[in-house]
Design a protein. Structure first.
Length: 242
């Protein structure tokens, strides 16, 4: 219950910021563009169109995460130089609640994006859309963004908005590269390639054969967050505030 209260408190901090506007306007705009693309290119195979839209989402999501997380942490920095986060007995719970609020907001936007897309296409499209593949892919995008949120939470706290956004751009460019090549072996464990790899596995029917790999990736994601929480419990702030 304490964690839920902290999550609600974090949401309340955003009432007078563009936070909720960003998480609603961007998915609505994206859904409109997705529907237009899907209906305009009638001669393109349905699976290819779905693949392009999912890969595009996987490319853009890290950049949006870097900006949103960076702005959220900058708000804490400007308000009290992180004292509101650091001067509490259970600071790990504070950070965990902030992570949960950010992550849930992102997942809600992702669900809103594809819900509106499905509704928009369903109103104008009579052909069968691969719903099962679409739902599996969206689920994977949500799961694999977990580690991206954790990474940018760390970089935003440690280095600030600038580096977070820079890495978001880098991740976006890397996702564009990975959407055009097949990764094998240890290369598949690059965190910002996971969403694209998941989409490829779903659409190519390789998800079951790579089950062990995806379980390991989930363990790594949770482990990375636990490491960040431990680091934050001992963090003393940026040097320019000491």
């Amino acid at each position: 219950m304490r964690t839920i209260a902290l999550i609600r408190a974090d949401f309340m901090k955003q009432r007078h910021t563009p936070y909720f506007c960003i998480h609603s306007v961007i998915p609505v705009t994206g859904a409109i563009l997705f529907v237009f693309y899907f209906l305009y290119y009638q001669n393109v195979d349905e699976l290819k169109k779905i693949s392009f839209l999912l890969e595009l989402t996987a490319m853009v999501f890290p950049l949006l995460i870097s900006i949103i997380v960076g702005l959220n942490i900058m708000q804490e920095e400007r308000a009290s130089h992180f004292q509101n986060l650091m001067m509490v007995p259970e600071r790990k719970k504070i950070l965990l609640a902030k992570f949960a609020a950010l992550y849930l907001s992102g997942i809600s936007s992702l669900v809103l994006l594809f819900t509106l897309f499905v509704i928009g296409v369903g109103m104008r499209q009579t052909e069968m859309i691969p719903w099962r593949l679409l739902m599996q892919s969206v689920l994977g995008l949500a799961m694999n963004s977990f580690v991206i949120y954790a990474m940018h939470l760390f970089f935003s706290l440690k280095f600030g908005l600038g580096l977070s956004v820079f890495l978001g751009v880098f991740e976006c460019l890397q996702c564009i590269l990975y959407s055009n090549i097949e990764l094998h072996g240890l290369w598949r464990y690059i965190p910002f390639s996971w969403s694209v790899n998941w989409v490829h596995d779903v659409l190519n029917g390789r998800l079951v054969s790579n089950t062990v790999q995806w379980i390991l990736i989930d363990v790594l994601s949770v482990g990375f967050l636990l490491v960040i929480l431990y680091w934050f419990s001992r963090w003393e702030g940026r040097k320019n505030y000491e």
